[in-house]
Every structure is written in C-alpha cells, then in structure tokens.
Design a binder for this molecule. Structure first.
Ligand code: PMP
Ligand code: GLU
Length: 411
C-alpha cells in the first residue's frame, strides 16, 4: 500500500522557497545571480520592535492557544483604524505566519475555493492538501489582473455546484503588483451570492499611494482577513500572522483554534510580545519610507523593462512585477525562466505557478535584491527618491533589469 496519500504526492514543494534555495546555492557556487525569484522584504525590522523581542526573550511559558490577548487587541484596533470594521479580539487567531492561518482555513472549510488568475503560489496547493476544489477566474491586463464583478458572478453561477465558497483576494497582488480598483463591486456580488471572501492583506500596508483598501469595508459580515508582520515590518522569518473572522463565523474560528491547538499549540511567546509593539506603536515614518523606496525601485524596473518585447503593468504596491515576453518560442513559462536564468543569471518564477496557462510567456519578478537597511538609512524623512539613488543603492536590481531587457531584445 502506498505510504503517502495520493493528494499529498501531487503537491510540489513551494516554488517560492525552492527558487530562494536554488538562487542561494548558485551564488554559493560562485555564479552571479540576480535574485528576483523570492519575495522577501529587504528592510530591517524597526529597532524598537527588535528591542521588545529581546526584552521578552526570557519569557518561556506557553501563551493562550488563540494568541496573547494584548496582541489580539492590538491587531483588532489596528484593523479598525485601517478599515473601520470591528474584528473583536475574540474573533482573531494568532498564527505562525498567515500562510499557516490559510492552511488551517482550508483544512476546516467544507467547500470550494475561487482564485483569480493571478494568485499567489500557495493558495491552490493548500486547497489540494485539504481536498477543496479550486476554480480559476481568468482576468485581463486591462482590468489590472482582477476579475470584474461580471466575471466573478458568471464563475459562481456557471461553474460551481458547491454552496460553500471562499474567494481569495490579494491586493496589492502577488504576483502582479497591482491594486484592486473594484472591491466595492466585487463585494456586492459576493454578498448577493452569499460567498465568503478571504482578504489576504499581507501587502496592504505596502500600497504605494498610502491608502489601505480592504473589501471588508464593503462586506464586513462575509470577509475574513489574514495578515502579519512578514512584509510591512520586514519580519518574514519571524513567522507571525493572524486571521480575523466576522461574527457569524465564530464557530468556524473555534475549529481553526482547535486545529491550531492540535498542531503548533501557540505561537512563540517573545515574538507575540514584540508583535504587540508592531501593531500598537507608530511606524508610519518607517512605512512611508519603505513604500517610497519600493515604489522608486519598482518604477525604475518598470521604466527600464517595458518595451515592444516586454509587456508590463505599472507597480502599485508590494514588490512584484509581472513581465510578459512577446515573440518567444519556449514550450512553457517554466522553460522560459530556466533559459533566462541560464543566459542572464536573472532568477524569476514562471507564471504557471500563479495560475496562468503554461504556454503564456509570463513570469514574476521580485525587485527586492538590494540592501534595504542601507537604502533606508540614506533616505531623509520626506526626502525625494531619484533614479540616481536606485542606481546607487539597488545595483543588483539595476544590472539584472538591464540584462533582462537586453535578453528580451535578442529573442
Ligand atoms: N500571502 C501572500 C500573497 C504572500 O506573498 C505571502 C508570502 N509570504 C503570504 C501570504 C504568507 O505570508 P506569511 O506566512 O509570511 O504571513
Ligand atoms: N511570499 C513570498 C513569495 O511569494 C515567499 C514566502 C513564502 O512563499 O512563504 O515569494
């Protein structure tokens, strides 16, 4: 008898983590690599938050399985300040990264999952692990890679038999770097059809125009929010996330809490104290500056890549671009990325990992291959960011973009 369950044998290791390790190995082997594959904040965690972590390092007792009350309170207040929606501390679960929160959500959920193309690499595999069926909604570049209300409704009506549905929305989006402009209309359709929405807000603080738009504003009773410290706070490796659920899903949250208690028990104690500081302290200046840098680097990459060979949508948030290569003849986007890595040293992830059909010559580019600490320290409060600064502080991005642009001209 097979030792491994069939649905598990079909799941591959996450493409993001694999490209991170592959890029590091190539660098260790002495190769020049432009690490545009993995998506990780280049900035340091703010000093004050690090010092709170240190101050609490001696705390060794288990915290409540739902998470430290003070932290849930801080997250609740934070979400209220950003969205105007009240997710009470009783309705929040603290998790080791929001990825774990999503996995628990899939494990508990009895229904189907709706994913817009493009969507983050882990949503579909997580649904597969939990044996939830997924349905992709095709989107268009002219709609910023998000579904229109009509497209969403058609998908719900035509394709899905299951009554329980969760739509996963992520804005700003990984991989497209775009912001969803029609949340209100999508909320209307979700409400009308009684489907739930998981709003993955891991990048929402990294919206370049500084706004925090959440579908929960328009559909509070049906929206779950996930988020955490990984992106806006530069703390990906710390592994702290949360999921907040609306009142009517209290029973669902109870199941998530049970699953948490039977798997990771509770998130590590010192980190939860540090996270209280992250969510209750004033980090607006840090956020403004990191957003400004990411926007500057993103625009530099965008301006120097777009051509009659590379189609691109302008960056609006997070730290990704999604170049589409025109006139290429590769079998699929995986081969395209392998060839680019071989020819130029630029590591990208294929669009097929994000829900695009494999033949579409599209890839994800993460423009975070620079020393964020150095860049951040060199930017004055309210200072302007110039291309010259990008050239000085993000040389690997500049060089890699040039290589990629030249490569595309020759194909
Ligand atoms: N959602 C998206 C879109 C992501 O890119 C990531 C990557 N880290 C996550 C969720 C998970 O983040 P974490 O588990 O670090 O909170
Ligand atoms: N979110 C990051 C990415 O998309 C990596 C972290 C992860 O996949 O867990 O590259």
């Amino acid at each position: 008898m097979n030792l491994i369950k069939k649905n598990i044998t079909k799941v591959k290791q996450s493409a993001t983590l694999v490209i991170n390790e592959k890029s590091k190995q190539l660098i260790a082997d002495g190769k020049k690599v432009y690490s545009f594959g993995f998506g990780q904040s280049p900035f340091p965690v703010p000093e004050k938050i690090v010092s709170v972590l240190k101050d609490n390092a001696h705390k060794k007792e288990y915290l409540p399985m739902q998470g430290l009350e003070e932290l849930r309170e801080a997250v609740s207040k934070y979400l209220f300040s950003q969205t105007g929606v009240n997710y009470s501390k009783e309705n929040i679960l603290i998790t080791p990264g929001s990825k774990e929160a999503m996995l628990l959500m899939h494990v508990a959920f009895n229904g189907d999952i709706l994913l817009p193309t493009s969507s983050w690499v882990s949503y579909e595999p997580q649904a597969n692990i939990a044996k939830n069926k997924t349905h992709w909604i095709k989107t268009k570049r002219e709609n910023n890679w998000f579904p229109t209300a009509d497209e969403l409704e058609k998908k719900i009506k035509m394709k899905i038999k299951n009554k329980n549905i969760i739509l996963i929305l992520n804005s700003p989006n990984n991989p497209s770097g775009s912001v969803c402009k029609n949340l209100k209309q999508l909320a209307k359709i979700a409400k009308k059809n009684k489907i739930l929405v998981l709003s993955d807000e891991i990048y929402t603080d990294l919206t370049f125009n500084g706004s925090y738009d959440s579908i929960s504003k328009y559909y509070p009773e049906g929206t779950l929010i996930s988020g955490g410290l990984s992106k806006w706070c530069g703390a990906g490796g710390w592994r702290l996330g949360f999921i907040a659920v609306p009142d009517k899903l209290k029973k669902f949250l109870k199941s998530l809490k049970t699953l948490a208690s039977e798997s990771y028990s509770t998130v590590n104690t010192p980190l939860q104290y540090a996270a209280v500081e992250a969510y209750s302290g004033d980090y607006e200046n840090y956020k403004n500056k990191t957003r400004k840098i990411l926007e500057g680097v993103g625009n530099y990459a965008y301006n120097n890549l777009k051509s009659n060979k590379i189609l691109l949508t302008p960056p609006e948030g997070a730290f990704y671009l999604m170049p589409e290569f025109l006139g290429t003849k590769f079998k699929n986007s995986n081969h395209l990325c392998e060839k680019i890595l071989e020819d130029t040293g630029v590591a990208l992830l294929p669009g097929s990992d994000f829900g695009f059909e494999p033949k579409k010559m599209i890839a994800r580019l993460s423009y975070t291959d620079f020393d964020g600490e150095n860049f951040l320290n060199s930017l004055e409060d309210n200072g302007n960011l110039t291309d010259g600064m990008v050239e000085k502080f993000a040389p690997n991005v500049v060089e890699g973009i040039k290589k990629l642009s030249n490569w595309a001209k020759k194909i």
